[in-house]
Structure formats: C-alpha cells, structure tokens
Unconditional design. Structure first.
Length: 200
C-alpha cells in the first residue's frame, strides 16, 4: 500500500507555489507518491480562458520527469467537461483500491468543502492534506478541522509549509510585460512557456 497525495489544479501554468506544496506533501506528510491532476475545467472557473490542455499536461509532465515519485494523471482532462473532486477521487480509488489516498488543497478550501458537490461524502470517504495560505486564520482553521473530524471522522494533515503567494495572473502579466518568470515557475516550465510562446 502506498500513501498517494493527489494535487489537482488548473496548472495554468504550474508554478513554484504548487511545487513547494508537492515537496512538503512528500517531506512532511510522508506521501510515497504524488499524483498531479490537471483539471479539464474547474467548476469555479468556468468563465476563465485557460491554456490548451496539451500545454498544461506537458508543463506538469516537465515537472514530474524531475521526480521518481511524481506522476501525471489525465483522468479529469479525459473526462466530462466539468470535473468534480468526489467523482474523480472515487475513480482513482477504483483504479488503486489498495492505496491510501489523500487530497491536497489550500487550507481555505476546508471552510467551504461541505458545500462542494458531494462534499459531505468527500469528507467521509477520503483524507486531506492542507497547505496553509498566506494570512490564513490558524485558529479558525483548527476549529473547522476539529469540527470536521468529529462529524465525519476525516483525517486531515496541515502542512507547516505555507503556500507561496503566486498567482497565474501574476505570471501571465509578467510574461506579457516581457519579464523573466524564473522566480515564479520551475525552470523546465519556464523553458516550455518560452519555447511555445504561451501567454503572450
């Protein structure tokens, strides 16, 4: 049995904030493997224009190639137009019934998780790894974590490593301004963006 950390996102593009969470999930939460799960389209970002799927897959694949214990899943990309976390996690569970699955997300998401599609079932059936966002309220988060654990029995691990405050908008604006993005994205991702003229 392996402990699998599942890190989903639009990854438009994959940046150093994502990378720091990935590494903390391995080092702090002791995940054996990390599965990067690019979303076809986030239900919360339906109005946003995002990079072509093939480019987003290629960028996360550049990152995965640097690590022996990181893989890329196109389960959501290959699925329906809008993907929901519970359905995706159940599909992964069906494919890997022996493994211990942990969904990785920003700590603020825990506050609204019960209102997600099948949110209560998600909390009941799966474990979570939370990455604290900059400026998050640790007291409020601890209260919510304890309440969720009491109600659903959910196993939740909070990373010490705070999410780096990097946004895809910031990256795209930096590219359009003709500036370097090496301080925002992994080297291989920066090279890919430059090579393919993305976000210009």
């Amino acid at each position: 049995m392996e402990k699998i950390g599942i890190l989903g996102g639009t990854f438009d593009p994959f940046h150093l904030g994502h990378l720091s969470v990935l590494e903390a999930a391995v080092e702090e939460a002791e995940c054996d493997r990390i599965m990067l799960l690019p979303a076809k389209m986030s239900p919360f970002k339906l109005e946003q224009k995002i990079a072509d799927e093939k480019h987003r897959i290629a960028m996360v694949s550049c990152v995965a190639a640097e690590y022996e214990n990181v893989e890329v899943s196109t389960l959501e990309i290959d699925g329906p137009e809008v993907s929901y976390t519970y359905e995706t996690m159940k599909k992964i569970q069906e494919k890997r019934p022996e493994d211990d699955l942990h969904f990785i997300m920003g700590s603020d998401s825990l506050l609204t998780l019960e209102s997600w599609y099948m949110g209560e079932e998600l909390l009941r059936d799966f474990s979570f790894i939370l990455a604290p966002r900059p400026g998050y309220d640790s007291t409020k988060m601890k209260e919510k974590k304890n309440a969720v654990k009491k109600k659903y029995g959910t196993e939740i691990r909070v990373l010490h490593n705070k999410l780096r405050d990097i946004s895809s908008t910031e990256i795209k604006e930096t590219i359009k301004a003709g500036k370097e993005i090496g301080h925002l994205v992994p080297t291989k991702v920066a090279e890919y963006i430059h090579e393919h003229g993305l976000y210009l």
